[in-house]
Design a protein around this ligand. Structure first.
Ligand code: NDP
Ligand code: 8X3
Length: 249
């Protein structure tokens, strides 16, 4: 039975990935800060199939301690899903809170590369699949996307660079780049504003966690000679807007 490590499995896309992989016959190492949600996943899916790891991905000591303490039955990792991440704020750069910018970079960039670096020897040994959650925001800028989009552009380019470095190892790397997915993402981004989240997704059908989990599982289930480099997806109801022009006078 194969094992996947999913960061940010307490909500949204990561939680859906945990369920989808278990249903497909995998074991899951599920990480996140909210211990009670990970325990609920263990209760639901079984302690033989889910190993909970409670840590803040930005906390190097806690992260390394949890990874060093994986039980034998979860120690060989066949797939890493770097999913934990967030956006904070929708303000223009000139109005943004620098602390929010630093939190996004610490979580979406620094923690992701640190966890990946720690696991790389094991991932090479098992010829694993690495799936990184980027975003359409990596490619298409929008007002207020500033550092969030920049962090996801990093994730996309880091994924492609990893592919290059890992040539010949059998390790595969994929950047998944979704548009609007209704999860706790907007609640987190707006500091807990449920009305703002509801308004964003009102009157249209967004993607949901299971939609993305299906794609992640499909990527991880390809035969060993197939690498999906990058995969961008959106709800049908979401598409592209034009450039803006700041006119004088
Ligand atoms: P959710 O807010 O629903 O879930 C985010 C997950 O990340 C939670 O499990 C949370 O766990 C975890 N997480 C966040 N910060 C930390 C931290 N410091 N330490 C540990 N875990 C952390 O959002 P989504 O499921 O939507 O987002 C998942 C990924 O998908 C993110 O990288 C996001 O950027 C990306 N994405 C989302 C899109 C969307 O529209 N929703 C579109 C494109 C990409 P906990 O709080 O328990 O620690
Ligand atoms: C999340 C999608 O469009 O809100 O990455 O940036 S978007």
């Amino acid at each position: 039975m194969k094992t996947v490590l999913v960061t940010g499995a307490t909500a949204g896309i990561g939680e859906a990935c945990a369920r989808a992989f278990v249903e497909a016959g995998w074991k899951v190492i599920a990480t996140g800060r909210r211990a009670e949600r990970l325990e609920a996943l263990v209760d639901e899916l079984g302690a033989d199939r889910v190993h909970p790891c409670v840590f803040d991905v930005r906390d190097e000591a806690a992260r390394n301690a949890a990874l060093d303490a994986l039980p034998e039955s979860f120690a060989k990792i066949d797939c890493l899903v770097n999913n934990a991440g967030l956006a904070l704020g929708t303000e223009k750069a000139q109005d943004a809170d620098l602390a929010n910018w630093k939190t996004m970079i610490d979580t979406n960039v620094t923690a992701l590369v640190s966890l990946t670096h720690k696991l790389l020897p094991a991932l090479i040994a098992s010829k694993a699949v690495i799936v990184n959650l980027s975003s359409v925001a990596a490619t298409y800028p929008y007002t207020g996307g500033n550092v969030y989009g920049g962090s996801k552009a990093f994730v996309r380019q880091f994924s492609l660079g990893l592919r290059s470095d890992l040539a010949g190892t059998g390790v595969r790397v994929t950047s998944i780049e979704p548009g609007m997915v209704e999860t706790e993402f907007t609640l987190v981004r707006t500091g807990g504003n449920q009305a703002a989240s509801d308004t964003l997704y009102a009157g249209m059908r967004p993607l949901d966690g299971p939609d993305i989990a299906d794609v992640v599982l499909w990527v991880a289930s390809q035969p060993p000679h197939v690498n999906i480099n990058a995969l961008e997806l959106m709800p049908v109801a979401q598409s592209f807007a034009g450039f803006q022009v700041a006119r004088e006078g």
